[in-house]
Design a protein around this ligand. Structure first.
Ligand code: ARG
Length: 470
């Protein structure tokens, strides 16, 4: 206990009313520096905006504002250089930085926290961090879309079995299948863009919870930090974490999309399917079975979705019972968000890597595309179109043709005209043509259909959307 600070309570920044410092366990449960040191850049950016405003409004002198600004830049340089003395006793990133500022510039450092609280400070820092993370993710998602579009173009006419219930249903093109993911990812990006636009209001200046009596300029700090303006209710500004929840909700949905793709990769590169191959770059070997090449990257993309869904759940549970305004519960907001965003970024990048890495075995896809009477619907459609039958009757007759094919151990597409006419005399020679997989996919030209011509149109549309300049 020093002479100038009669009862520092072990903490020079808030220790005035404390006689002793926190116990070791209190420090262990309370300190967040190991996690929130990742907010250093955002914390300094927020402080620079705040002190510029304090100087401009005359709340602190020009000289003090300048000293604080220069000091904050020195602190940032130390952090960037990796020689900042992070301290658990100083709890969190906000107090670590302020304390270091005091070491560097002395008395003016104590004026930085005028008209501010750690409550609006942390809300601001965290929002800036989430906003940056969403921006980085958007670029990664666009890259993954481009990878899918490239494969879709190359395989616009590559025929594969389309499944429902994982049973062979109708032939589709591999390009069409890839573009399904491009569409999902576009909606994921849209969700993140919506979340970003909604979160882009500044909490800074809400102070502890009630606002401040100092004549601050919240619009100035908001604009300096790239926000559209200040958040309009001080209680809401320090209490709200729905911006993080919304980002996690979008992340959880995106992760389920990537997980479904990863599951398909696992299926496609299995020996019974053999639709794709992955190089050594995205597989690992087995320590006992020398022939194995395991799709571990895909499996881990599939599995990491669990963390992200879990993170959303974690933060929902943390927040659901917290009364307004700030409670320390809210310090538990960062670990799930940091973890989920890192996991999602890795999932997106690994997925793009696999899409670019995979070799497509068009012959294996084609061979399986016609197995399981996958063009039966085309015969039913022929009966509707050429023989004028109601679809329900055509469906029934086609079912009988499938039964006849099975009795002969054949595919419906391999039945002769005589065999088909034995099922129904109205079946004519042109029906044989619609039973091929190529004719089947080529005929599906409805908007959103699998026809190669449609896939090529969609490839062009996506390219224009993804790279408007080119
Ligand atoms: N480390 C805290 C957090 O992450 C910062 C805010 C602390 N505010 C307070 N009044 N104790 O939430």
């Amino acid at each position: 206990m020093s002479a100038q600070k009669p009862s520092s309570g072990g903490n020079a920044l808030w220790g005035g009313r404390f006689a002793t410092g926190p116990g070791a366990l209190m420090e262990e449960i309370n300190a967040s520096i190991d996690v929130d040191k990742r907010l250093a850049d955002q914390d300094i950016a927020g402080s620079l905006a705040h002190v510029a405003m304090l100087g401009a409004t005359g709340i602190v002198s020009e000289a003090d504002a300048r000293a604080i600004t220069e000091g904050l830049k020195k602190v940032k340089a130390e952090i960037d250089a990796g020689d900042f003395p992070f301290s658990r006793a100083l709890e969190d990133i906000h107090m670590n930085i302020e304390s270091r500022l005091k070491d560097l510039i002395g008395e003016p450092a104590g004026r930085l926290h005028t008209a501010r609280s750690r409550n609006d400070q942390v809300a601001t820092d965290f929002k800036l961090w989430v906003r940056d993370a969403l921006d980085a993710l958007d670029a990664e998602l666009a890259d993954l879309q481009r990878a899918f579009v490239d494969v879709a173009e190359e395989h616009a006419a590559t025929v594969m079995p389309g499944f429902t219930h994982l049973q062979s249903a109708q032939p589709v093109t591999f390009g069409h299948h890839c573009l399904a993911y491009v569409a999902m990812l576009a909606r994921d990006r849209g969700r993140f863009a919506d979340a970003r636009a909604r979160m882009n209001e500044s909490p800074l200046g809400a102070a502890a919870l009630a606002g401040t009596a100092f004549p601050i300029d919240r619009t100035m700090t908001a604009l300096a930090l790239g926000f559209d303006g200040p958040q309009r209710n001080s209680l809401d500004a320090v209490s709200a974490r729905d911006f993080a929840l919304e980002a996690l909700a979008g992340a959880a949905i995106c992760a389920t999309h990537l997980s479904r793709f990863a599951e398909e990769v696992v299926i496609w590169c299995s020996a019974p399917f053999g639709f794709i191959g992955l190089s050594d770059a995205f597989t690992t070997g087995s320590s006992i079975m020398p022939q194995k090449k395991n799709p571990d990257a895909a499996e881990l993309v599939r599995a990491k979705s669990g963390r992200i869904i879990g993170a959303l759940n974690t933060l929902l549970v943390v927040m659901k019972g917290v009364p307004l305004a700030y409670s320390k519960d809210m310090q538990e907001d960062k670990p799930p968000v940091f973890d989920a965003m890192a996991a999602l970024s890795l999932m997106v990048r690994a997925s793009a890597g696999m899409v670019r890495d995979m070799t497509v075995n068009a012959d294996a896809m084609r061979a399986l595309a016609s197995k399981g009477h996958t063009t039966a619907t085309d015969l039913a459609d022929w009966l509707v179109r050429e023989a004028g039958l109601p679809f329900r009757d055509a469906h029934h007759i086609t079912g009988a043709a499938v039964r006849a094919a099975e009795a002969k151990g054949k595919e419906i597409a391999d039945l002769t005209l005589e065999e088909l006419q034995a099922v129904d005399a109205r079946i004519g020679p042109s029906a044989l043509e619609v039973l091929t997989v190529d004719r089947s996919v080529a005929s599906r030209v409805s908007i959103g259909g699998t026809a190669p011509s449609r896939v090529r149109e969609e490839v062009a549309r996506w390219r224009a959307l993804l790279d408007p300049a080119s």
